[in-house]
Design a binder for this molecule. Structure first.
Ligand SMILES: *Cc1c(COP(=O)(O)O)cnc(C)c1O
Length: 358
């Protein structure tokens, strides 16, 4: 049993990692390799381990940090911890991103129990309106309290942009982060190790003719750029990188000539939505064995550009094969290129096999 499967080209991924690592090093930035997009899959983790310039592994799920607990890299929980996972955070994360004093105080209690010094990075919200301290005074009040805790070290500040609010990183907003750091140094006599200026959407600032990454930012957290070969502020591909590290391969289970317009009264589809159809006459329809349980329709593109995706239920993906030059048969494979969402979901789905080439 080999289908459906996601195929990973190791050589291409290695070259991508190499390119980004060199780029960040050139700008004196430390690197947090974010592992959530490929579900911290062990064979991919092994590739990242080859790069000693990657100092940190970051993930939003504690289960993923647990899966590489043997790694020598420093492990960062990059999502604000749940209070209910505090024991695991102390056990498996060297560093966690935080924005709630109550949670930090509980981390301190647990760190004391486990006889550990736990590092925290405080999240600052610079306008994307996802996580982090929005009011500077609240951040300073928190720092004042955290400095009383014995088993917590304030390791740095971080911002996350282009996630909820789709806000583009700039010298202006990231400059605020650097300014806050300087104010902390003055007020509390506290030097911070890590000033983390965002994710793959901050990378464009390293090459931008109009704007730049403010000095003072010394770390970026990169997930998508490594695996898909592009920066994510404007979605520009890096010409020298590979955008096709991953290929999704599916298998045809039915090919038949059928009408394009369903017959009978139209109610709601498998997901409770009322669909609209265009009558294009008879068409050659193919079904491949994958569905919305594994991927979102917008996140995959057939490599054969003459194939059109018609729709999907949870386990059947319907394709219009009418225009294709190839004569597809039952049992044939159909390949798709993938985007961020489908890499994430195919690595999460137990039904999608993982294959490594090169
Ligand atoms: C997911 C995530 C990242 C990585 O983002 P990419 O766009 O994949 O580079 C970095 N930081 C945080 C807090 C995240 O949640």
């Amino acid at each position: 049993m080999k289908n459906p499967r996601i195929v990973v080209d190791r050589t291409k991924l290695r070259e991508n990692i190499s390119f980004i690592v060199a780029k960040l090093k050139e700008h004196d930035l430390t690197i947090t390799a974010v592992t959530k997009v490929f579900n911290a899959y062990s064979q991919i983790i092994a590739l990242y381990e080859e790069f000693s310039d990657i100092i940190y592994f970051g993930d939003s799920r504690i289960e993923n940090l647990m899966s590489y607990s043997h790694s020598k890299k420093q492990k960062i929980l990059i999502r604000i911890p749940m209070i209910s996972e505090v024991p695991e955070v102390i056990q498996y994360a060297d560093i966690s991103f935080n924005s709630e004093l109550k949670t930090i105080q509980l981390l301190d209690c647990e760190a004391q129990k486990q006889k550990k010094l736990h590092k925290i990075v405080l999240m600052v919200d610079l306008g994307d309106l996802r996580e982090g301290f929005f009011e500077k005074e609240e951040l300073f009040d928190c720092i004042r309290e955290v400095m009383k805790l014995k088993n917590i070290q304030i390791y740095g500040l971080a911002v996350n942009l282009t996630c909820y609010g789709a806000i583009i990183p700039s010298s202006k907003n990231l400059g605020n982060l650097v300014a806050i750091q300087e104010e902390i140094k003055e007020r509390f006599d506290l030097s911070l190790e890590m000033i983390s200026g965002g994710n793959s959407s901050s990378l464009y600032l390293l090459d931008s003719p109009e704007d730049q990454l403010p000095s003072g930012i010394n770390n970026l957290r990169i997930g998508e750029s490594f695996v898909l070969g592009r920066e994510t502020a404007y979605g520009a591909d890096y010409q020298v990188m590979h955008q096709d590290v991953f290929t999704l391969v599916t298998e045809i289970v039915e090919v038949k000539q059928k009408p394009s317009y369903p017959i009978g009264e139209i109610g709601v589809d498998a997901f409770g939505k009322k669909p609209h159809y265009v009558d294009k006459g008879k068409m050659l329809r193919g079904i491949v064995a994958i569905g919305q349980q594994d991927i979102a329709l917008d996140d995959i593109t057939p490599k054969d550009s003459q194939i059109e995706i018609l729709g999907a239920s949870s386990d059947h993906l319907l394709l219009d094969l009418t225009q294709s030059e190839r004569e597809y048969q039952v049992g044939d494979e159909i390949e798709f290129s993938v985007s961020y969402g489908s890499v994430l979901s195919t690595f999460t789905s137990k039904y999608i096999k993982k294959e490594f080439i090169n």
